[in-house]
Ligand binder design. Structure first.
Ligand code: PBG
Length: 346
């Protein structure tokens, strides 16, 4: 072998030396767009994006949310327009959240289980107008409670697991009656998937699916969402039910429990800071996995983009493809529309 360093101190890169050491040149597969396309491993498809949507009372209402530029609360009429626009872009699933005015909130979140509430109206209306859209509904009490916790709070100030299950099951049945395709419990109470499954089946809704927020972490990334729904906890935090960000074995256990209880799909949330969790759960379940690219993940990118520091659309595409690469099948994201628009132009 020729030595690259000659006695006169000059460097020589001789052809035989390179041939011996560079028999693999990965750049060859990156040379043209056509070749890059052939070897691409992961894809983003609008049919695997879910758009979370915020519903508000009224008519002709479109309210912006300070910390989530480009995201709005819509009254039913404008909500329908938005869902139609999403559908045209190939986004065929939405996840509904309700903005509840303070005067309708109470300690038990009873508005959540009131027949004819805004959530029920929204589901009924959308199902009737565009029946082939998959309607997911978030199941938890926090938008409906004065204290902002996801469940019923007992006299010791603790979220009462089993009392909450009853409310969640009622909420799920109301959603099913209105025409929801999938209920998505996001409360992290123990045993709720089995409890809701039984309740739905007994009420005759065996075809309504459960997307379980199986591994939901107590995350600071939910801040903008809580602004959107005015649902921040008024005392304490959610660490007594949502998971510790330091844990991954526990996430696997949560996913396995929800699978045993009859979950149809599992959700990991947030997404980007938890890609390892998605990858590990992917290895131990055959169920479809969703990831929730949450409000704070959206807000960070939009804030930087508004300062001219990042190209939001490219960053979102990169974030979402990473989430897919980690093992998620579908993604709930506030960037769904932006990304689908970009994909449609490619
Ligand atoms: C309610 C719920 C939250 C989110 C989805 N469902 C907030 C929370 O748990 O405090 C967060 C979504 C987001 O940040 O985009 N249980």
């Amino acid at each position: 072998m020729t030595t690259p360093f000659l006695s006169n101190g000059k460097t020589s890169f001789s052809a035989p030396f390179l041939e011996q050491t560079l028999n693999r040149r990965p750049r060859r597969n990156r040379q043209t767009a056509a070749i890059r396309g052939l070897v691409q491993e992961t894809f983003l498809h609008p049919g695997q994006l879910v758009s979370p949507l915020f519903v508000v009372e009224g008519k002709g209402v479109q309210q912006s949310i300070n910390s989530m530029p480009g995201v709005y609360r819509y009254s039913l009429d404008l909500l329908l327009k938005e869902v139609i626009a999403l559908h045209r872009l190939g986004i065929r699933a939405v996840d509904l959240f309700c903005y509840v005015p303070n005067e309708k909130k109470d300690g038990d979140g009873s508005e959540a289980v009131r027949q004819g509430n805004l959530l029920q109206q929204a589901i009924q209306f959308l199902k009737q107008e565009i029946p082939d859209v998959c309607l997911m509904v978030d199941i938890a009490l926090d938008p409906f409670t004065t204290h902002g916790h996801d469940g019923v709070v007992n006299q010791q100030g603790v979220v009462d697991n089993d009392a909450t299950l009853v409310m969640l099951a009622k909420m799920s049945i109301l959603a099913a009656e209105a025409g929801a395709d999938i209920v998505a419990p996001s409360d992290m109470m123990d045993g709720r998937v089995g409890y809701i499954r039984t309740a739905l089946d007994q009420a005759g809704f065996s075809s309504v699916g459960i997307l379980s927020y199986a591994a939901k972490y107590a995350s600071a990334f939910y801040g903008p969402f809580r602004e959107a729904l005015n649902s921040a906890p008024k005392f304490g935090d959610k660490k007594g039910y949502q998971m510790n960000p330091a844990n991954v074995r526990e996430a696997i256990m949560e996913c396995q429990l929800d699978e045993q209880q009859g979950a149809d799909m599992l959700l990991i949330k947030p997404a980007l800071a938890y890609l390892d969790v998605i990858a590990k759960v992917r290895e131990v379940t055959t169920l479809p996995i969703g990831a929730y690219h949450v409000s704070g993940e959206y807000a960070m990118v939009m804030a930087a983009a508004q300062n001219g520091w990042l190209d939001a659309q490219r960053v979102f595409e990169e974030c979402l493809i990473s989430i897919k690469r980690a093992g998620a099948d579908f993604i709930l994201t506030y960037a769904a529309k932006q990304v689908a628009e970009a994909l449609s132009k490619k």
